[in-house]
Design a protein around this ligand. Structure first.
Ligand code: TGC
Ligand code: FAD
Length: 391
């Protein structure tokens, strides 16, 4: 006898683990994504472009830019709410979540956490409102997983700093008003707040991507970029500065990837319930049900893990290793779910008429950026054995 179907996360009674305020924030972001992102994003993806400036302002009005930061026009929500917002945004598209997480968790967080009061007041209110866009330049062409080897250098010259070098794969790079750039100095790696109209700064968009097409990805070039002494982030030196920012964005990704996975799984359940082969809906076959059940388990386990990490973060108890658990597991399982759903959709699984292959291709980037699968594996391996195996 057929029963009324339940959504995957309903099966885990996840809503009961959230406060009323968290559910309300999630629902507002979900509605925004349903109305403004989902109807358009396949076209943006196909064209390889997004209306970044317009979207940034809309996200500013929605209150999601730097939403977990306090003051300076930021919403000051808890970490779980920020995670849930990332999840809803990524249910739209990973590129859209990237726009928001690079802005809030990387560029704004760096200035909020390590900036001077003057830097915070100059940049954060405009960034929270989406009037100003930020990017975060850590990776270089030859230093991705190993950013500590970066070659971009900042040399003191009188009261100024002069930066030379380049950064690769930088989200928001060509649309940014401000770049947080990490560079070697005689005192170790330091962060610099670089207005992108500074002479010597240029950005070139990276094309021919088959992933994160609804996102701007760029190379930054710094040629004798002269900055005042006040451009350096005074609050941190060493690689731990940028890595602390990555903890914030990786946390958002632990939730975000589940949004993409949920959208794939719900699409596959709906599709397989209606797609008839051999005179029955393919959802009625045991092999399909096994796939749906296994994916639901991974989605639900990932959600419980993300929520646990969120509660730890809200208690200021989360460790970088725990963030790695979430990023590694949830990016990996979301990608697996997307691939499995792609198969369930058969031929229709390869078109942008359905969101699945778009999410699948996007998740290949998410699997790689913010620390690859292997880097997070090694972080966890180090936590378990005490032995760093990166080198
Ligand atoms: P290591 O010697 O282990 O550490 C250097 C210093 O940093 C400290 N540290 C951390 N601090 C805060 N949070 C973390 N997660 C930290 N991990 C390490 C560490 O305690 C040490 O501090 P101190 O005081 O002793 O100096 O550094 P290592 O060179 O051996 O590297 C470690 C490793 C491999 C884990 C690190 O380099 C790494 O995470 N690599 C991956 C790089 C990465 O994730 N890049 C992401 C670039 S940004 C991006 O991808 C944005 S995607 C945008 C989007 O969302 O669209
Ligand atoms: P590599 O580091 O060259 O890695 C290649 C492979 O080798 C991986 O499988 C890796 O796990 C493996 N590997 C490397 N070292 C080891 C080891 N010791 N042991 C075992 N395996 C190893 N960066 C920014 O700074 N800002 C951004 O905004 C940003 N946005 C991005 C957007 C997109 C779409 C993409 C694709 C990347 C973005 N990145 C950004 C860069 C991203 O963080 C890097 O691509 C990532 O850290 C991996 O670096 P890499 O590409 O140089 O790969």
């Amino acid at each position: 006898m057929a029963r009324a179907p339940q959504l995957p996360l309903e099966l885990f009674s996840i809503d009961g683990l959230l406060t009323e305020e968290e559910r309300a924030i999630r629902d507002v972001v979900r509605s925004f994504v349903e109305e403004n992102i989902k109807p358009n994003v396949a076209d943006w993806f196909e064209a390889g472009t997004i209306p970044a400036r317009e979207l940034a302002k809309e996200f500013g009005a929605l209150g999601v830019l730097g939403m977990h930061l306090e003051g300076y026009g930021c919403a000051g929500t808890n970490a779980v709410s920020y995670g849930l917002a990332a999840m809803e945004l990524e249910a739209g598209d990973s590129g859209i979540r990237s726009l928001v997480s690079v802005q809030g968790s990387l560029a704004m967080f760096a200035i909020h956490e390590f900036g001077s009061e003057e830097q915070r007041e100059e940049w954060l209110p405009g960034m929270a409102a989406g009037e100003l866009i930020g990017c975060f330049g850590l990776t270089e062409a030859d230093f991705g997983s190993n950013p500590g080897g970066m070659r971009t250098a900042a040399k003191p010259d009188g009261d100024d700093w002069v930066l030379n070098g380049s950064k690769m794969w930088i989200t928001n790079g060509t649309v940014a008003d401000v770049a947080v750039v990490w560079a070697q100095t005689d005192d170790g790696i330091r962060g610099f707040v670089v207005p992108t109209d500074t002479p010597g700064f240029s950005a070139r968009e990276i094309h021919k991507k088959l992933s994160l097409r609804a996102s701007v990805t760029a190379e930054l070039v710094l040629e004798d970029v002269r900055l005042p002494a006040s451009a350096v982030l005074p609050g941190v030196s060493g690689l731990k500065g940028p890595l602390a920012c990555l903890n914030e964005a990786r946390f958002g990704i632990a939730f975000g990837t589940l949004g993409a996975a949920r959208d794939c799984l719900e699409t596959a359940i709906d599709y397989s319930s209606n797609r008839v082969q051999f005179d029955r809906p393919i959802a009625g076959y045991q092999m399909t049900q096994q796939k749906l059940a296994d994916m639901t388990l991974e989605l639900g386990k990932g959600m419980l893990l993300a929520l646990h990490l969120g509660r730890l973060k809200d208690e200021h108890k989360i460790t970088p290793e725990q963030v790695s658990l979430g990023k590694l597991n949830n990016a990996r399982e979301a990608l697996n779910i997307a691939r499995e759903c792609r198969g369930i959709l058969g031929g229709n699984g390869i078109t942008l008429e359905y969101p699945v292959i778009r999410h699948m291709n996007n998740l290949e980037s998410v699997y790689t950026y913010e620390g690859t699968n292997e880097m997070h594996t090694l972080v966890i391996g180090q936590a378990l054995t005490g032995m760093p195996a990166f080198r």
